[in-house]
Design a protein around this ligand. Structure first.
Ligand SMILES: *Cc1c(COP(=O)(O)O)cnc(C)c1O
Length: 366
């Protein structure tokens, strides 16, 4: 049996060190807003290349706090529009609607599965205030053209880096540092995963950083004094300690992901399957390995019958969800095509090359 992702095996790669970190916090008697958060925020800022990291409860909250902070700062107002790829994981869109902002769904390109830069400008109106750029599947979504559009139309560039820890631009800048602010998730299955929920905002903007930190702490930066109606959305010390351990191995884990991806790219030969472009190859964090297959559901069942776990990311597009009924009748053919044909193959720091070979053999016989 080759599971889609074994979190047990992923944790076991650095199990002793993780257990030591957890025990250290357990025995310290200090569980929130302490040294572990302080050092993780410093380490993560250094890694991403931003002045500030603010830990928070999860990736969805990280994105929610960025938009909310811009509203509190007077940069955005409820009703303003935010451009977002239509095929993203729904959290990006939830963060926009949670703040009474209006998501404007833009189709991805079928060959990259990332937002189509050529369809962004036609979606811009006088109320457009930002682009929520999602580095989906751990692949670089940023392009020069997107940066130019932001500049030309005075838009904030907000990165959803939940799937892309360690993803680089061609000139070596880390995603999470190339926009005005970025939301990160440390959900266990992500490239940098905690042993539970966790998230962070990175930015170079001191005012935004202060607002996010305050919002995520009940709206308070001084004990018992409340500036905003915030919430309790903090990263706890145990998770920060675990993330400090795992951050040290992230680059090496991503190198293994690249090896797995390279093997899939070079060896999958099946006329019913197409692989999205992965250039620039070295820059990708390969969080997931999506393929498109004409007979996707059959392939899924066939692999499962042969002991290989796969997952669809994502089977129902956001605009087809019950929670966004108002969009159910709009047509986004590329997004719908991806929802009907995408399948993610196993990839991660713990899968062996031997397992990857077995998967490819099975796929080529399908
Ligand atoms: C996982 C994910 C999130 C949300 O992160 P959580 O920590 O699960 O709240 C947001 N956006 C994308 C693209 C994700 O994959």
């Amino acid at each position: 049996m080759i599971p889609f992702l074994s979190l047990k095996d992923v944790t076991a790669l650095h199990g002793a060190e993780i257990n030591e970190a957890v025990t250290r916090v357990t025995n310290s008697g200090w569980y929130l807003q302490g040294k572990e958060n302080e050092s993780f925020e410093e380490n993560y800022s250094k890694f991403i290349g931003t002045k500030y990291t603010i830990g928070c409860a999860n990736g969805l909250d990280a994105l929610i706090w960025i938009f909310r902070a811009y509203i509190e700062m007077g940069v955005m107002q409820p009703g303003d529009e935010v451009i977002v790829p239509a095929n993203t994981y729904i959290a990006t869109i939830l963060a926009i609607t949670e703040n009474s902002l209006k998501p404007v769904l833009v189709e991805p390109k079928l060959n990259t599965l990332q937002i189509d830069e050529d369809k962004i400008e036609e979606a811009i109106t006088p109320r457009t205030k930002a682009i929520a750029l999602v580095h989906l599947y751990g692949r670089l979504a940023w392009t020069e053209k997107i940066a130019e559009i932001c500049k030309k139309h005075n838009l904030k560039l907000i990165e959803d880096n939940a799937q892309a820890h360690g993803c680089l631009t061609v000139d070596g800048r880390m995603t999470g540092s190339i926009g005005d602010a970025a939301g990160h998730s440390f959900y266990p299955g992500k490239n940098l995963g905690a042993l539970g929920d966790g998230g962070a905002v990175t930015t170079n903007d001191p005012e935004l950083a202060e607002a996010v930190r305050t919002l995520a702490n009940y709206g308070s930066s001084k004990k018992y004094v409340f500036k905003y109606t915030g919430r309790n959305s903090r990263l706890d010390e145990i998770q920060a300690a675990v993330l400090n351990v795992k951050l040290k191995y992230l680059v090496e884990d991503n190198v293994h992901r690249k090896e797995v991806a390279r093997y899939y790219i070079e060896n999958i030969k099946n006329p019913t399957i197409s692989l999205p472009d992965t250039l620039p190859y070295e820059s990708n964090a390969f969080h997931l390995f999506p393929i498109l297959c004409e007979k996707r559901d059959e392939l899924h069942d066939y692999l499962e019958a042969n002991g290989v776990g796969t997952v669809i990311h994502y089977p129902i597009a956001p605009h087809k969800q019950e929670c966004y009924k108002e969009w159910n009748n709009i047509s986004l053919p590329i997004t719908e095509y991806i929802a009907d044909h995408e399948l993610s193959l196993p990839i991660g720091p713990s899968i062996t090359m031997n397992e990857v070979k077995q998967i490819v053999e099975l796929i080529n016989k399908f």
